[in-house]
Design a protein around this ligand. Structure first.
Ligand code: 26V
Length: 801
């Protein structure tokens, strides 16, 4: 399309003028962003149309990835890169005196997710398209993405996020593909031609309008679709109070994870979940029907994947469709449904496993509830036959029990595949969390260790490292990330290691500029950049990190001969708005940061930064600048982690527990290229069974621990005396559920090993190189290829394109 810079510039200038109604000289950066975005989307549209036609005519099996979260971030540069036009655009912009970086900044992050689970969905979409696989995303077009975080006086303050304020250039509204979703009302049944037929009467309908976004594969002409549903009032409302109806309807796609501490919020969340699956299944069937008349072989042509349990109502919804709308009998409908649906579990934390009270579920989704009851009845009967008289077991496994619907049980029973997201996580699911289900369905369980797209997390966000790699081993690694292993040959090449260190230094300088511009705090780019960025949660143990920093502060103060390699501790984390403890930890980090940074004796050695509003676009600046990757969850609690992979791919060394995918990083890089510490998952699970460990003893007997814990409550900080009492209590009075004090000593030791290791620069950069070389395995291309071969059984059709 753009054969030369001249042609591109001409078209761009024309476009800016046509769209903005201004002369190019008068146009703003936003006008230019809008024009470029539109040009790129149109450019992608040609391949979008041909990809869709090709899928339709070849009849290739399609996979649909249903997810309540898609944490996409920005798309402009990503799309330019994947379309292979970033050079022409960059050069042309330079000639026109426009900074592409500045233009990119105008795009709001699409933050339709919280953390790992949502970012994984976004990485998967990129890998599906880049491998030429027919896979599409289905989600919700939230009006407000994840809140914007401000830090005011050390506290987190949440502001509503407005990513759609200036429109979103990548989406296309498809009103003609809108569908109606029924809620409330009641079910009547009649006999028709000897069959029981169900009618949903007096339902309140919500219109689901799809907004499609192109998902561009890396230089392969494949463009898949991400379909996000918007909730709008139906043209035929039955409501008397129209305004109320309009407000309630629109709220369905207004916020990600509405507060569910009360029933109103719970209803809204369940409404969102059914809205997503019902709209998606209707549209999947519609597109299937363009090639096939009967749904008898649906599962041979369609795979539906549910990302955690949020979209698990896809199971009863597909059954409902087959039975009520297509006239199938239960057994046949059940077979088609289970063969179509597969499920990923992303956490073993019991507080995160979804359960809905019947009093909420039944009135909101009366027909779906009847179907879930029937699934439960049949499943319990089967269990009864297999384990006659074993009531306890059946109660533990039932889908409906104690007045609640257990969504994970529904997912396990109604799908053909259940996977964990790292080896250790899958083993914990099989052996500890779901052993009863593993006994009944051993063949459903499988592992798919997570991955990240190396195109965004290395090629796009760390261009200098990407070039250095390509100069050494050619750019083959972009299509085949496992080729990064060729870098192992450079382990003893001191010139190469020197170049690697220079790239890191430049990336650190860049991050320092960003931080200093925002906070006014000067940082030393030659210090070790030790970074922990992730959602704030007790099990991720940001607290352990900050207690260690307090300990270092004490050491520096107590002992004038104590010296360490200068270190900059960087945190980024959002806490869930209602999560009191997590917010206290944010306040503590900021309080410690102030104390440390303002003390000239201490800040010679250590500095502490809390980066406000951690998000995908900021993450892209952070990972390339990291030396140490903090992955310090309580062993057994972090299902996989994916930040650990992003750090590794950018040459940071992991400092972590043997948890989640850290274990597989350890297996690949070897003991000398990772710093591990702390209890193992087996230790933690064993101790937990025994009621934990005695945290009080660690407080009493380890004077380092006693000193830092006392500082939380003795007025050491200028904050109010009881500011950190809850943290102190969580550790001592409530016996530290997360083994922070138990792992403290081991953490201090491993941190001092990091200190030593950094002194030998040659050895450090060798470790860094080995980490990059071994990171290819953690590309989501590998993960997706495994899902494609082993769960979805789909193939690439790229040869036809
Ligand atoms: C959700 C909640 C919600 C209620 C409060 C407690 C709580 C704790 C954890 C969660 C996690 C929800 C699922 C999730 O995001 N899991 C993450 O999925 C990533 C992708 O597979 C994985 O790398 C992370 O280890 C896992 O935590």
């Amino acid at each position: 399309m753009f054969s030369s810079n001249e042609q591109f510039k001409q078209e761009f200038i024309d476009r800016v003028e046509r769209m903005s109604g201004k002369s190019f000289a008068d146009s703003s950066e936003r006008d230019q962003y809008q024009a470029l975005g539109n040009m790129v989307r149109e450019f992608a549209s040609q391949n979008w149309i041909s990809t869709n036609e090709q899928y339709r005519y070849s009849g290739t099996k399609q996979v649909y990835y249903l997810s309540i979260e898609f944490l996409l971030g920005r798309l402009l540069k990503h799309n330019l890169l994947n379309l292979g036009i970033e050079k022409i655009v960059e050069e042309s912009f330079t000639e026109l005196g426009i900074s592409l970086d500045a233009i990119e900044e105008l795009e709001a992050d699409a933050a339709l997710g919280n953390g790992g689970l949502g970012r994984l969905a976004a990485c998967f979409l990129d890998s599906l398209a880049s491998l030429g696989l027919p896979g599409h995303g289905c989600g919700i077009r939230y009006k407000h993405g994840l809140f914007e975080q401000k830090i005011v006086n050390g506290y987190q303050v949440e502001l509503p996020e407005h990513w759609l304020r200036n429109g979103h250039v990548w989406e296309v509204r498809k009103l003609d593909h809108a569908v109606e979703i029924p809620f409330w009302g009641h079910i009547e049944s009649t006999m028709e031609n000897g069959r029981l037929v169900f009618h949903h009467v007096n339902a309140e309908r919500i219109t689901a309008v799809p907004y499609d976004m192109p998902v561009v594969g890396y230089k392969n002409k494949t463009v898949n679709t991400l379909r996000l549903w918007n909730a709008e009032p139906s043209a035929y409302p039955i409501h008397k109070d129209i305004l109320k109806y309009k407000r309630e309807t629109e709220s369905v796609s207004e916020f990600l994870y509405p507060d569910d501490t009360h029933d109103e919020g719970k209803i809204l969340r369940l409404k969102q979940q059914y809205f997503l699956v019902s709209a998606s299944i209707r549209s999947i069937v519609r597109s299937y029907r363009k090639q096939h008349i009967s749904l008898q072989h649906f599962h041979e042509h369609v795979s539906i994947h549910i990302n955690d349990t949020h979209p698990v109502l896809a199971i009863p919804e597909l059954l409902r469709f087959l039975i009520d709308e297509e006239g199938y009998g239960w057994d046949e409908a059940w077979e088609i449904t289970t063969k179509t649906i597969s499920y990923t579990n992303h956490t073993t934390l019991s507080e995160a496993l979804e359960r809905w009270p019947i009093r909420i579920f039944q009135p909101l989704l009366p027909r779906i509830y009847l179907i879930v009851e029937e699934i439960n009845r049949r499943f319990c009967n089967e269990l009864w036959e297999r384990y006659p008289g074993d009531w306890k077991r059946i109660e533990n496994m039932a889908i409906i029990a104690n007045e609640e619907v257990k969504m994970a049980h529904l997912a396990l029973v109604g799908s053909h595949s259940v996977n964990g997201v790292a080896q250790i996580h899958t083993e914990i699911l099989k052996q500890r969390e779901m052993p009863l289900f593993y006994e009944v369905f051993p063949n459903k369980f499988n592992n798919k260790t997570n991955g990240i797209t190396h195109r965004r997390w290395l090629l796009k966000s760390n261009p200098q490292l990407a070039s250095l790699i390509s100069e050494a081993i050619s750019d083959e690694w972009i299509a085949k990330p496992e080729k990064l292993e060729l870098l192992m040959e450079y382990q003893d090449d001191s010139l190469f290691l020197e170049q690697l260190s220079k790239v890191k230094e430049r990336n650190k300088h860049k991050l320092v500029e960003t931080i200093t511009a925002k906070t006014g705090i000067a940082l030393d780019p030659t210090s070790i950049f030790d970074i922990q960025v992730k959602r704030l949660h007790a099990y991720k143990r940001q607290l352990l990190n900050v207690l260690h920093i307090m300990h270092l502060y004490n050491r520096i103060k107590e002992d004038s001969s104590f010296s360490i390699t200068p270190r900059t501790f960087i945190f980024g984390a959002k806490a869930s708005p209602g999560y009191y403890f997590a917010k206290k930890v944010i306040k503590l980090i900021n309080t410690v940061a102030k104390k440390v940074n303002e003390d000239s004796e201490v800040s010679k050695y250590i500095r502490v930064i809390f980066l406000e509003n951690y998000r995908v676009s900021l993450a892209e600046e952070i990972f390339p600048a990291a030396d140490v990757s903090e992955q310090i969850s309580t062993a057994s609690k972090e299902a996989s982690g994916t930040g650990n992979m992003k750090f590794m791919m950018n040459g940071a060394i992991t400092l972590g527990t043997m948890d989640g995918a850290n274990v597989e990083i350890f297996e690949r890089v070897g003991n000398e290229n990772i710093f591990t510490f702390g209890l193992s998952a087996d230790d933690v699970l064993r101790l937990q069974k025994q009621g934990g460990y005695r945290a009080m003893e660690y407080y009493q007997h380890d004077r380092r621990i006693r000193k830092v814990l006392d500082q939380l409550v003795n007025g050491f900080f200028s904050e109010e005396q009881n500011e950190f009492e809850a943290i102190f209590d969580s550790l001592v009075a409530h016996n530290d559920q997360y083994f922070v004090l138990r792992d403290f000593s081991s953490y201090v030791d491993v941190q001092s090993k990091v200190n030593e290791a950094y002194r030998n620069q040659n050895e450090w950069w060798k470790k860094s190189l080995v980490n990059i070389a071994k990171s290819g395995h953690f590309s989501s291309d590998r993960t997706i290829q495994q899902y494609a071969n082993e769960i979805w059984r789909i193939r690439s059709n790229s040869n036809v394109l």
